[in-house]
Write a protein that binds this ligand. Sequence first.
Ligand code: MTE
Ligand code: MO
Length: 320
Amino acid sequence: MIYHRKPNWMIKENLVTDETLLLNRRKLLAGMGIGAGAAALGLGAEAATPEAPFTPMPGLNSNFEDAGRGITAESITSKYNNFYEFGSSKRIAAEAQKLSTDDWVVEIDGMVNKPFQIGIEDLLKRTGVEERIYRHRCVEAWSMVVPWIGFPMAKLIDLAQPMSGAKYIRFETFMDTKVAKEQKVRWYPWPYVEGFTMAEATNDLAFMVVGAYGKVLHKQFGAPLRVHMPWKFGFKSIKSIVKVTFTDERPVGFWENLIALEYGFWANVNPAVDHPRWSQATEKPLDSDGRIPTHIFNGYGEHVAHLYEGMDDLGDRLWR
Ligand SMILES: Nc1nc2c(c(=O)[nH]1)N[C@H]1C(S)=C(S)[C@@H](COP(=O)(O)O)O[C@H]1N2
Ligand SMILES: [Mo]
């Protein structure tokens, strides 16, 4: 099933740990107990239960079944997270369990024909789900490969019916200081916000995520609904979304709002444009002791490079 194409960003064999080599899709499925005896949970109310397996397993999108290196073990990625609402360290997984994802409702508003609210269960009935294996590159120069489950952002946009004048999609994370203690820290511009142009949002790569590793999303991954834009630095992939707004004004993201010189709107992965405080030329996979080269658009240029053609001073604009 695994398609053995070796793209140019393929990492050197010796940097891949045994664990990631072994962690192929077949193992994953076996480990999750998919098949005989698994209860037919479907995508109904149970989807809100953390770690419930998707049964039947959503189909793997064959365009995104090979990330060029092994899937990063769930035991690593589920314990090393950026979710500042729950603290500024990487070890927020326990704290994030305070988030209740029951009866989660997403509000769709702004420049749409008719604003509405929709529960996750209803949303998934309308969009369906599929699996995609994507590389993720954090601006802090670590990276991972995760088998996400979700649906194209374009399907959310179809559902929302934005007006023709809408130029951007803006996402907002929940705000609840009783649940997320770091949201009491006033110097952060809460709630977390991110946004994309409509052309970016309707690109086939743009993905709304509701699961990972065959299961409903762990809370620390941004349950019950988050974004993954694999060609952009990780901070663009906003978690635990409660609001989607269509607008003609460019949204100012949480990090751009805080430090505009370091974290810009485009934030496309670009090894040639360093962060003001560190190099972006290489990255450290979470499951490796070594470093591998970082690639333009995180290796997804064939899908997205055209979106940025004609921008003057490409490298600079990719950053700011
Ligand atoms: N709401 C919210 N979304 C967020 C963040 C955050 O702190 N809050 N961190 C971002 C960053 S910097 C990264 S690298 C990814 C991390 O995703 P992961 O913890 O699932 O690996 O989430 C992004 N989305
Ligand atoms: Mo990040």
